[in-house]
Design a protein around this ligand. Structure first.
Ligand SMILES: Cc1cc2nc3c(=O)[nH]c(=O)nc-3n(C[C@H](O)[C@H](O)[C@H](O)COP(=O)(O)O)c2cc1C
Length: 212
């Protein structure tokens, strides 16, 4: 393999938000968790988080990471709500929902119900208090299991165990027990504030067996 000419950077020597921008263009595409929560005051909230992934299969557990607002130490509504109520719904954002998702990322006052604001239909969850959005292809009802500050960072990692999966029926592949991810049309985030992708080309790649 040819040797590429490389450049390197040390985060501590980079300007302000530069490491964040570089990292998010490297660790990409990232799925987007559209998180519904409710506060102790019963005000619902919906916001997107692309520091998001699955971290365990059994029990199914996901994480998302919430940053503090850069200019003020106030916690985002989502973090405050998961601390207070310990529950959230994680939706997958599909192509149709892209613009509504972006609008829920605006810095709405805490008393605004973003789900209503962007025209989504709030449906009561089965096992938890935060509502789910009927339009999303997948909604996972979760209970918070851990809230972990990220060392040295202004981020807090929220881990939640999935108590119930809600799946749009036409997307479910019962013979495999999978969602048809391509038909779900999720959007994923790249680096910078405006770049996203749709799913690209599918290919199959089994892990080879030792000794063959
Ligand atoms: C696609 C996308 C991904 C985002 N990912 C994150 C993230 O991982 N962590 C975070 O703290 N904010 C993230 N944001 C910003 C939050 O959505 C935004 O701060 C929002 O206003 C928080 O809402 P809240 O105060 O109602 O919780 C993201 C925004 C967009 C558009």
């Amino acid at each position: 393999m040819p040797h590429n000419r490389m450049i390197s950077f040390v985060p501590a020597e980079m300007a302000d938000a530069a490491p964040y921008h570089l990292l998010t263009s490297i660790v990409a595409p990232r799925p987007i968790a559209w998180i519904s929560t409710i506060g102790a005051d019963n005000v619902p909230n919906l916001a997107p988080f692309s520091f998001f992934n699955a971290v365990a299969g059994f029990p199914p557990t996901i994480m998302f990471s919430v940053s503090y607002r850069r200019r003020e130490p106030r916690e985002k509504d989502t973090l405050r709500n998961v601390r207070q109520v310990g529950e959230f719904v994680c939706h997958i954002v599909d192509e149709v929902a892209a613009e509504a998702m972006a609008r829920t990322a605006m810095d709405w006052p805490a008393e605004v119900d973003e789900m209503r604001e962007v025209g989504l239909t709030a449906v009561p969850s089965t096992d938890i208090r935060p509502p789910r959005a009927a339009e999303a292809p997948v909604a996972m009802e979760c209970k918070v299991t851990q809230i972990i500050p990220v060392a040295g960072a202004t981020n807090v990692m929220v881990l939640g165990q999935v108590l119930r999966f809600h799946l749009r029926q036409e997307l479910y592949r019962p013979e495999l027990g999978l969602i048809d991810t391509i038909a779900m049309k999720p959007i994923t985030r790249l680096g910078g504030p405006v770049e996203y992708t749709k799913i690209g080309e599918l290919f199959h790649l089994p892990v080879p067996k030792l000794g063959k």
